[in-house]
Ligand binder design. Structure first.
Ligand SMILES: [Fe+2]
Ligand SMILES: [Fe+2]
Length: 207
């Protein structure tokens, strides 16, 4: 298991100290899945595993906890906190990871930032994390088998499938959709040939 590698130890220990047992286990599952996908697609395994371990580091942290640690939350992030509280832990994490844990791998910071909304033209590590967070073994969402099949075949197809499913779920829950999620959807739709586009719409749209 990649996360048991000693080089990840400080990150694993930190995440364990700030997350519940359930969320900690989710993070380890995502890290292992990210490692597998990285190998499958020739992406840096180390960056992918690190991004997986760290992606939800702020999931249970409050704004006051961050301010108390001297992390400066600017007006843009405060707006995210207000309008999209579920996205805040992703957008604020690069700041925290840089300042508190000294993470300077841009591909890791980027991947963590976009793991919730996705965005247009994600880097390889960001795509791997976006997909791994969704298809990990600890997930139980209907239609996951279709997304897992896409993830096995092509990362861009999986990114499109996930963005369609996320937008659909948010609409059904009568929630706002973050503009980056829409950007993600448009970008990966544009990457598809007509056959893939049709197949993904038919299969994911029917979920
Ligand atoms: Fe998350
Ligand atoms: Fe997650």
């Amino acid at each position: 298991m990649p996360v048991s590698d000693q080089r990840y130890r400080p990150y694993v220990d930190h995440v364990r100290s700030v997350l519940s047992e359930h969320r900690f286990r989710h993070s380890m599952a995502v890290a292992n899945m990210a490692g597998r996908l990285a190998i499958r697609y020739g992406v840096s395994e180390e960056s992918a595993v690190k991004a997986g371990i760290l992606h939800d580091v702020l999931k249970q942290m409050k704004m006051d906890d961050l301010l108390g640690q001297g992390i400066e939350i600017g007006s843009e992030l405060r707006e995210v906190w207000r309008q999209f509280p579920a996205v805040f832990h992703a957008f604020a994490a690069p700041l925290y990871l840089g300042q508190v844990l000294g993470v300077d791998d841009e591909s890791v910071l980027d991947a963590v930032k976009w793991h919730t909304t996705g965005t247009a033209n994600m880097g390889p590590v960001a795509k791997v994390l976006y997909v791994a967070d969704f298809v990990g073994p600890d997930r139980d969402i209907s239609g996951l088998d279709v997304i897992r099949e896409l993830a096995d075949r092509d990362l861009d197809e999986a990114c499109l499938g996930i963005s369609i499913l996320v937008i659909k779920q948010l609409m059904l829950a009568q929630k706002e959709v973050h503009e980056e999620t829409i950007n993600c959807y448009h970008f990966y739709l544009g990457q598809m040939g007509p056959d893939s586009k049709k197949e993904i719409f038919l299969r994911v749209g029917a979920l």
